[in-house]
Design a protein. Sequence first.
Lengths: 573, 105
Amino acid sequence: MTTETDVEPLVPESAYVRRDSFIERDARSRAFALVDEGSGRELVDPFDRLESPWLQQQGVVPEADDGVVIVKGTVAGKATVVIGIEQGFQGGGIGEVSGAKIAAALGLATRDSRAGTPTSAVLLLETGGVRLQEANLGLAAVAEACSGVLELRALQPVVAVIAGGLGSFGGMSIVAGLCSTVVMTREARLGLNGPEVIESEGGIAEFDSGDHALVWSIDGGVQRHALGQADVLVTDDTAEILDAVRQAVSGKAASVLASRDLARLRAHLAVIDPGSPPSPANLPDLFATATGPRGSNRPQAVAESSGRGSAWMTSLADTVPTAVESTVIEATIGIDGVSAILLAVVPDAGSPYRRARHGEVGLLEGLVLAERVAAVVAEDADLEVNRKRPIVAVVDFPSQAYGRLEEMVGIHLHLAAAADAYATARTQGHPVVALVVGTALSGGFLAHGLQANQILALDDPAVEIHAMHKPAAARITRRTVAELDELATRIPPLSYDVRDWATLGLCNGLLPVVDADHPTGDEVALVNKQIGAAVRRARAGDRGLSGRWSVETSGRNRAATRQVWEAMTQQWR
Amino acid sequence: MQTFEFDFPGDRPATQRAHVGVVASADLEVLVEPSDGDSASVRIRTSVDGFDDVWRNVLERFFTRYGLTGSIEINDFGATPGVVSIRLLQALDQSTHDQTPESRA
């Protein structure tokens, strides 16, 4: 028998044991820990009581700050706003209010930076993405957060800190992909689709979410850092994270931003054989050997393809659509004497990417959309604004691609690249119009559609715009499909009906059609006319997204968004 | 989800706002604000239905012992009575910062 003094400590008294864990802090404590002592001030705090207007109606207890903490202060002496997501509340899910807090903080930091007070932003991302109880408004808020990061990033560093334990998933992983610097711990995870979601969509053979070694080998901080998708790898220690944040905030912006480096994404994709994917352990070396763009990017004849995207594109276009890749088609249409570009993602049963054969927005699709849109922006860079070509995203896809290979390679970056390209086109003065002719779900819509100035949709029962398809949304929110349907009759953001979606402020035109699968000549002519009108509105209007939550476009359905912006603007100084 | 409202008499006014906790699994948030009058008006929203008596007992014990007055809001996500008591003590400490629970107990 040994006495207490004889026992070797199980864990040696090391720096790791003595460290001040960042993971164990809640969002408020994290946010205040990063600003210079005494400089931090919380904006739109719990006593402003801007809680979610949607949760209590569904029998879900709200939180007084809706799960997002905004602290304005200085970091290493520089004006900074820290945006902390509370992972404990509703899995860090982004709803209308929490999303508006993020977008407003980014928007005001941008305003100050333009006005001569450089203000950077730090995002503490612990989130499952869109909060399914607020579905379409969460999705809208995430699109606005993407746009907010892009506008601020052009002026000042926007730093993402993913410390764990939850990590950053869903639409917020696209936000992470847009940030100028990503800081992660080895405990943290980053991916578009969480392991549980992929397992439920694709089966346990696709992704065994219970296999933690597998999950971290793909989504974990060490791997993301090895792949160059996280810039800084830190220990779970407040001092170390603070140091990384101070350097990132004071440093110059990265010369090539990850979501703009399309040549790198293309080169990485070229070394992957989707038919025989590498193991996660081999991927960093494989990426390191990737030298230059390879692989196809040649126009092809369009295969006989089913689906509305292709049907509408063919009917609307002046030219025969060509395939940029087998799953992305392009055509042109004349609008006011300017040749507009139409882009759509279409199914290809022979795609080497198994999880993207039904028209999903996957690795290749995100990248190709980004490449095409960025090319149009570059080609038109010297044109007068009213000659810049309109870009029309024809939208009909089941979802983003849910797959292990996709997560391993980093699909969040590919979708971030597409969102970046569309948003850049919009802010450069290209009219960007989304035309929803079928389903538009979740991350796919964030990449291809939601960054548009104008969104049009066919008024058809099969047009479905949502954060997740119905059976999965029911499962995750622990409801039956019947319960979900009942709630949707009272709570517009939950509804799968396009007419309810049209009340949320995102819709600039609901276009009548009798049989959306077989449009008549008159219907095509009408849609054509409406696209022209949308292009003219886009040219005449604001290049930002704030019109989406004005009282004129969204009425009461986004009253909470307006309250958040008002309160944040008032309290900001 | 259930909502309750209770009033408890007391003589120890909250002198400043306090916010503690998170609406996370097995946790709760408490918001305390000073108010006129000599009672605590408490509103609770809880995710777990059917624990009316437990809430009444836990709160009665706390407010009888410490006499905190003010406007108190609780958003609960399934905290146990022990966690509720600890969060209330934290809120008491912060909202009456010049007084410690021990000085009265």
